[in-house]
Design a binder for this molecule. Structure first.
Ligand code: GLC
Ligand code: CA
Length: 595
């Protein structure tokens, strides 16, 4: 029994820790059934176009995209050499995971200089060239802003930890040892889940919600906030186009640290994610930074529920443009299996809140999540291609800005390492230490990592059949998935029926049909266990999306009153057999105009 419990705790490290997960439980009964009320009118949003509503974001993990100098680490010159590839996809924006100077405890999410480029990624001149190259191709650049915490190697923290009278002491949270043990706080990456680290030089504990090399910045200190705004203006002045606010829902804390008994991996997110003055900080940031530029802003994390999330993005509040929530990526995170009804319920629930106000991001995968085809599709050889295309079809036909994670356009899969030595992620490695120290089952923990480790989606991009998939001429920092010999960009570029070319067609379709950006979403046949079907409607323009989430052929009866108005705009099979019902092939996905 103890073993099972410890293994489960370990698994939660892998899944929760990796995503700053929104521990909100999905309501599996309510959402997907209500469709009788008059549909909301989304047309008003279409009349107020914002570029960030119409863009498609490509999330690019710089460490793993393209190495230019053979040191095994992807870099900016590598990205520069692949700009035409990015252009060929049709994406409107690229979000780069952090590229600032960092000791790399958490792959760049621990920053030691917010105004310099990580040397292994290149120089500021490389950055400027990259930005120009993207802009020359009509692609915007979104930067990751990591300001819940800095690195413990940031000069602010080095000074702060050296003396209690340092001018930077109040840039962080301290608990002097003479006050006893600090009130418990939960840390996701810590080997003991303890967010307080004792620091001998000043006989005090400092707070770290993530690893002990990621001390939390003290947002109650106006100087910290001004430093952050000034740093953001520095990048905005360079001409970048947006900010992704890392872990932002956690920045606000009550500096008196009242007791929070019973914090666990399951409840800590909700306990932390709406601290005092969070929205004051965002409004201040908006005044100080966003209002002066034409930027897109998106927060990671969105509070406890869609109503909380609306507080971040209601335009009247002048805070952010979008958030992304974790409800969908929380699905199936125990056994690696899920019910389609869960996915429908989550997306429908969130859509209901955002139908006519605010804006959402739509995503299934990221650098914190496993590969989408391994998780939500079926990566067995017979079904990988159609299921990856189906997931692309879903992302590009929903209401909200699509975020497509690099490599998913090729249908890259989980690598499923067998040994802890192969993992690089701090979450996996520290999770392993935790399970070990608790005497838990290490084989069970390793099995869970095969499903959920973040390293599954961080393996190098698979360009071609050369050594290391053409990613590097050296030794890659993280192993290349051996399936690169069959799954790679060069092969797919040449094949009109590849996942890659389907991805390009899906983006082109979205650009052509504004109904897919702004149209009202209505779920059909909510109870169907294998078919996800919905319509999108914008004035006279209507589309039907039907996705067969199964490895079997299925027939789906067209609802009464719904008539197909032409051939599919997008189809992952050569044909669509349609009479009064659609005869769908395994994992078939279609977008069809309707009347
Ligand atoms: C966010 C990032 C994740 C990082 C964490 C701490 O969740 O997406 O990669 O580990 O914040 O910065
Ligand atoms: Ca390199």
């Amino acid at each position: 029994m103890k073993n099972i419990r410890t293994a489960l705790a370990g698994l939660l490290v892998a899944s929760l820790a990796t995503s700053c997960n929104q521990a909100t439980k999905t309501d599996t009964t309510a959402a997907a059934t209500t469709n009788s009320a008059a549909p909301p009118d989304t047309a008003a949003l279409a009349k107020k176009p914002d570029w960030w509503k119409e863009t498609v974001v490509y999330q690019l993990y710089p460490r793993s995209f393209q190495d230019s100098n053979g040191d095994g680490v992807g870099d900016l010159r590598g990205i520069i050499s692949r700009l035409d590839y990015l252009k060929s996809l049709g994406v409107g924006s690229v979000w780069l995971n952090p590229i600032y100077t960092s000791p790399n405890d958490d792959n760049g999410y621990d920053i030691s200089d917010y105004r310099q480029i990580q040397p292994e990624f290149g120089t500021m001149a490389d950055f400027d060239e990259l930005l120009r190259g993207l802009h020359a191709r009509g692609i915007k650049l979104i930067m990751d802003v990591v300001v819940n915490h800095s690195s413990d190697e940031h000069p602010w923290f080095k000074s702060a930890r050296a003396s209690r009278t340092s001018p930077y002491r109040d840039y962080y949270y301290w608990w002097p040892a003479e006050k006893g043990t600090p009130p418990a706080r939960f840390s996701t990456f810590d080997v003991q889940h303890n967010a307080w680290q004792y620091d001998a030089p000043t006989k005090s504990y400092y707070l770290h919600y993530f690893s002990k090399k990621q001390p939390d910045l003290n947002w109650t200190n106006p100087k910290v906030r001004q430093e952050v705004y000034s740093m953001m203006r520095f990048w905005a002045d360079k001409g970048i186009d947006g900010f992704r606010m890392d872990a932002f829902q956690f920045v606000a804390k009550d500096p008196t640290f009242p007791p929070m008994p019973g914090l666990t991996a399951q409840n800590f997110v909700n306990a932390y994610n709406h601290g005092p003055h969070l929205h004051d900080y965002l409004r201040e940031m908006n005044r100080e930074v966003f209002s002066k530029y034409n930027l897109m802003t998106v927060a990671e994390g969105a509070g406890r529920n869609p109503q909380d999330a609306m507080l971040f993005v209601d335009p009247a509040r002048k805070e952010l443009d979008m958030t992304y929530h974790f409800d969908a990526v929380g699905i199936g995170n125990k056994q690696g299996k899920y019910q389609l009804s869960e996915l429908k319920n989550v997306f429908t629930k969130w859509e209901q809140e955002f139908a006519t106000k605010g804006w959402q991001s739509i995503y299934l995968g990221s650098h914190d999540q496993p590969r989408i085809v391994s998780r939500f599709g079926d990566d067995r050889p017979a079904f990988r291609v159609p299921s990856a295309k189906l997931l692309t079809t879903f992302l590009l036909s929903m209401h909200g800005t699509p975020y497509c994670y690099f490599g998913d356009e090729l249908g890259m899969t989980n690598i499923r390492f067998s040994s802890i030595a192969d993992y690089r992620d701090v979450a996996a490695r520290n999770g392993y230490e935790l399970v070990k120290s608790q005497g838990g089952s290490l084989p069970d923990y390793l099995a869970s990592l095969k499903i959920f480790s973040r390293d599954n989606s961080r393996t190098p991009f698979q360009w071609n059949t050369a050594a290391n998939a053409g990613f590097t001429t050296g030794t890659p920092w993280l192993q290349v998935n051996p399936n690169y010999t069959t799954i790679n960009e060069t092969a797919q570029n040449q094949d009109p029926n590849s996942i890659l070319n389907h991805f390009r067609r899906a983006i082109a379709m979205r650009k052509q049909h504004k109904v897919l950006v702004y149209g009202q979403y209505q779920l059909l046949d909510a109870a169907n266990p294998t078919i996800y079907a919905y319509t999108r409607t914008l004035g006279q323009e209507k589309a039907l999306v039907v996705l067969n989430f199964s490895a079997e052929a299925r027939s789906w009866a067209l609802p009464a009153g719904l008539t197909l108005a032409g051939p599919p705009w997008l189809n992952n099979y050569p044909t669509l057999a349609a009479t009064a019902s659609l005869a769908l092939q395994p994992w078939q996905a279609v977008v069809v105009p309707i009347r």
